[in-house]
Design a protein. Structure first.
Lengths: 207, 207
């Protein structure tokens, strides 16, 4: 199975392919892609080969075929439903992001413990009390949870999500979550990203 | 200079050190840190050695000394002023995040092109018209820009920021920004993170 860095590059390729489709370009070369993103051409060829797509001599890769292969590989050709846990600042921003639809992610409900938020809507997504999550997860067959609640509540709420059948957690909190073996946890680490920026500023080094 | 993965782990160590300080623990061993975050003890020792701090036999690392060394290394012991460019959903969430103060980041002004946002405040931060940025950057000696505007405006606005003396950009847009050597660009790639999550869900593999 392809490496994590390969998987992480795929959305960038998808954005470019979408641009090329809009410009009615039907083929693209790995060299063009490599130049656009300052990558090694051999790296791009390996990434695309991992999608099972071969380029045609002199023409390159078929844009539509490659787009479908990447969408299929990521499972973004089917919509996955997700719950948002923590309808605060960050949760609201994520709820309002129309770009997630391109990635096959559909936030269907939000949950919170703050009485003043329960029953309201953030960008059309209804906010339910947290206690309702297990029942709704069962009825709607939702297995993905997006965690945007305070760090202090992160681990205990994760335990509750796992009990309710959530098997994949997109973690925006700074906490390293402990979850049983079959549960996927992918952390967005803003503090790590800021650390890299801050250190570069301090060293005045280009990244 | 330490590797990027080492730099990315430092905020996690800082959170733990803060917890230990609150519990009046004065020393911590690299083994304890390694167990807490499922890291190799040798990795933790190498990371801490890069901070120039040596552990004491049987006692371990002094919590306060280690905290100061990491804060110093990242430049988080001094506040850096930053501008927020794009006062929309995501920009507002970042503006409202009190956690940035722990990382020495102080958002002092926001900028937008939307007339209905200019002159308002998002979490106490005033929204200025984009044209005012060069003048304010000069007067306030601000060199960091946080980019939360639409992808279509990302590159041209970056060019304008660089002209205005911004030398470090924290990029939340999905665009790979081109900037002159000497300008630091650190991208937060939410789509890449979601790609990893989606692929794991599709493969049903634990990360
Ligand atoms: N806002 C940002 O830019 C930002 C940046 C980095 C990290 N984060 C992280 O994202 C998380 C959310 O940050 P925020 O700024 O949106 O905070 P916030 O305080 O605005 O929102 C948190 C929400 O979670 C709710 N909540 C509390 N306990 C809960 C529980 N057990 N179950 C469900 N909901 C619960 C609160 O009522 C609130 O609505 C935090 O962990 C924070 O560290 C946020
Ligand atoms: N919201 C999210 O959860 C999320 C997730 C992933 C990525 N992003 C990225 O973050 C960026 C912002 O997303 P959003 O959801 O906040 O969008 P948004 O539309 O809510 O906000 C964008 C803001 O930027 C302003 N703007 C437009 N052109 C500008 C310019 N030239 N200079 C300054 N401001 C300008 C708009 O007036 C608006 O206020 C986008 O690039 C998006 O792809 C957002």
């Amino acid at each position: 199975t392809p490496s994590l860095p390969t998987v992480r590059r795929l959305p960038t390729y998808l954005r470019l392919l979408k641009e090329l489709q809009d410009e009615k370009q039907h083929y693209v070369s790995s060299t063009y892609i490599a130049e656009r993103f300052q990558l090694e051409p051999i790296q791009v060829r390996k990434d695309l080969a991992a999608m099972g797509i071969v380029g045609q001599p002199r023409l390159g890769f078929a844009v539509t075929e490659l787009t479908c292969a990447i969408m299929q590989f990521l499972g973004w050709n089917n919509a996955s439903e997700a719950f948002l846990i923590g309808a605060g600042n960050l949760g609201s921003a994520l709820a309002g992001y129309s770009g997630f639809a391109d990635y096959g992610l559909n936030i269907v409900a939000a949950f919170d413990v703050d009485k003043s938020k329960i029953g309201t809507r953030i960008h059309d997504i209804k906010v339910f009390p947290l206690q309702k999550l297990p029942d709704l997860a069962l009825r709607l067959h939702v297995h993905i949870g997006i965690l945007t609640l305070p760090a202090a509540a992160a681990q205990t709420t994760t335990d509750m999500l796992v009990q309710a059948g959530i098997t994949a957690i997109w973690n925006f909190t700074p906490v390293k979550l402990m979850a049983p073996k079959g549960v996927i946890v992918e952390k967005v680490d803003l503090a790590a990203s800021l650390a890299v920026l801050s250190r570069s500023v301090k060293e005045k080094l280009p990244l």
